[in-house]
Design a protein around this ligand. Structure first.
Ligand SMILES: [Zn+2]
Length: 338
């Protein structure tokens, strides 16, 4: 039985999945281990090889039956998996600089390896969950976490871009000045831009931009009495419980997404818009309120555009590995391996 593996390598954990030719995932939840990425490429690639053996043993598949591997990691890296010469927060060991992680893993495993950045892999999983593996549809995904990741699937293909920065949607500027209650805000992003999506719609945005802006308007609020990093992490839960300040913060995030999706609708005319990440890990009632607020934040749409659905991405923790596996499955089919 031929299968394809997906490996999601992060700074803190590495997660595996296996999928067969019928697109059935052989691992239901997480098959996850602490990541040894900090110890450099040699240790890390050996760990991936060992972990893949554990994953196949666990599902009763022979390692030889794995015909291809999809790998995803945080960037910055080229579209082909060459890590940045300047290093990155997740690959701090000096030997990672300019390391070809795709080729390194292919050599280690003796199998073809395909590379995606983690946000694009998660976007592909969300797309697949709606349209299946052989889709020709177009979707735009936003994953709201500490930062803001995303991905564009155009006519069924992941847009990677010339330098691997395709789908870096968090750094697209939006006309945030039109969002009610934001007068006087100066939403700066880590990238240096002011007013991009990540600067208004991420956990970091809550801590650096939204809490400092809204707290003075809610005198005596309990979140004003704790450290902003801790306070930021409590905003989603408190918004879910109906706290007015926290709901205001999530309303601004939803309206920022609405403005952003409007830009994407006019650029791509997509089949679907997809939202995922930690921000959505809340009650069904809160999710629905948030989705409705995204619509309210959009400028008026043409009738056809207004019908484009907004989906919530499923399987948060496994999304990267599963998306990487789906991309590898597609390429394995194209090259006759499956
Ligand atoms: Zn930015």
């Amino acid at each position: 039985m031929s299968v394809v593996a997906g490996v999601d390598l992060g700074g803190t954990a590495v997660n595996y999945t296996l999928v067969n030719g019928q697109e059935r995932f052989l691992i239901e939840g997480l098959c996850e281990y602490p990541s040894l990425a900090k110890q450099g490429p040699e240790v890390c690639l050996q760990q991936i090889a060992d972990g893949l053996k554990v994953a196949t043993d666990r599902t009763g598949v022979k390692l030889d039956d794995v015909v291809a591997v999809g790998l995803d990691t945080p960037g910055p890296a080229s579209a082909a998996g060459l890590l940045s010469a300047r290093g990155s927060t997740n690959f701090v060991h000096a030997n990672w600089a300019e390391f070809d992680i795709r080729e390194g893993l292919a050599h280690k495993l003796g199998k073809p390896v395909n590379y995606l950045n983690d946000a694009n892999a998660a976007a592909l999983w969300g797309h697949y969950a709606i349209f299946g593996a052989n889709s020709k549809e177009t979707s735009i995904s936003i994953i709201i976490g500490t930062g803001n990741g995303g991905g564009i699937i155009l006519d069924g293909n992941v847009v990677k871009g010339k330098n691997g920065f395709g789908g870096e949607l968090g750094h697209v500027l939006i006309p945030y000045q039109s969002i009610a209650g934001t007068a006087g805000i100066h939403p700066k992003c880590n990238c240096g831009r002011v007013g991009d999506l990540e600067s208004l719609c991420s956990l970091t945005a809550i801590e650096r931009n939204l809490l400092p802006h809204f707290l003075p308007k809610y005198a005596g609020h309990e979140l004003g009495k704790v450290d902003t990093n801790q306070a930021a992490k409590r905003v989603r839960g408190m918004a879910d419980e109906g706290d007015a300040l926290c709901k205001d913060i999530f309303r601004v995030q939803a309206h920022a997404l609405g403005l952003f999706f409007d830009e994407m609708i006019n650029t791509f005319d997509p089949n679907a818009l997809i939202v995922g990440g930690g921000a959505l890990e809340a009650s069904a009632r809160f999710q629905k309120w948030f989705m409705d607020e995204i619509r309210k934040g959009m400028p008026e749409q043409r009738e056809e555009q207004a019908g484009i659905p907004i989906h919530v991405i499923p399987n948060g923790d496994t999304a990267g590995a599963r998306g990487a596996a789906i991309e590898a499955l597609k390429l394995a089919r194209q090259s006759g391996l499956m």
